[in-house]
Design a protein around this ligand. Sequence first.
Ligand code: HEC
Length: 268
Amino acid sequence: MKLPFKLLFKLPFKRIGFNRGAIARSLIALLLLCCVSLIQTPRALAQTTPLVLFKQALEGGPVDPLNPGDLSQLKDPLFNLVLKDNPATSYDAVIGRLKPKEQEVFVVDEHIVDRAPKVNGFPAERRAVVTFKGETAGNTLDQNVFLSVNFNSAKFPSSSSIEAMAWDETAGVFNYYKFNRSGTEATPSWKFRGSSKDADVLSTAARRSTCMECHINGGPVMKELILPWNNWHSFSDFVRYLQPPVAGEAVPSGTWPVRSPPIVPSKT
Ligand code: HEC
């Protein structure tokens, strides 16, 4: 979606007053834009029925259907339960398929102690990492599926985009997935974004625009080095504004509407 469209529009129109060449260039650019839209339309339509899992090597790069060879490599619980057949297309649908017995929501954010529900007039945003425990259709869930979503003071999650990683016990790798709208996709779709195989030996160039750019060892990033998020309750702040309401207790002022129904059942 981002770069090609912006550039095509911006450059030609800026120059339009200067010479004829510029006008010709802008017309060509517009023509190209139409061609790009025409070429991309079938893929956007193809996604609506049936739903399939795509692959995308690079952020913003080409989105292609996974071939049977690729598909046979994926054996993690997220793939088995959520992505294999007719991928779930919303956060709630993902949870509905995982059917976890327990769910843990970790709120990871530099501004965790700032409880203002609005910033510059907009609902304050946070990132949540969600993990699961349970046994669903022969798949053991034991903090081996991680979802990363944004939420705000009013809504959980606040966008349709989901980043996910899931441990494939057979291959001994994390598989990375992203649910988003990329390029000219009409609706968001799930993309396989690569596995952690040999992640630690990738060159800087090979990591660029992949998930391994930051997940450098192929595993979870836990930048809270003193207390990684899997060990929280933070001792520095109990983050009452995000905790579920306690029966019979007065609602403390400044709590976020999003806490009910509880999004932070046990830990923050
Ligand atoms: C620009 C750096 C960056 C890139 C690129 C990146 N991540 Fe992350 N990711 C992070 C950070 C930072 C966290 C939060 C860790 C924390 O606060 O402890 C995170 C967390 C996550 C988590 C929650 C588990 C964890 O690692 O703590 C998932 C799942 C995740 N990312 C998936 C992805 C996927 C899928 C991609 C590629 C589509 C991706 N990430 C690309 C930086 C990045």
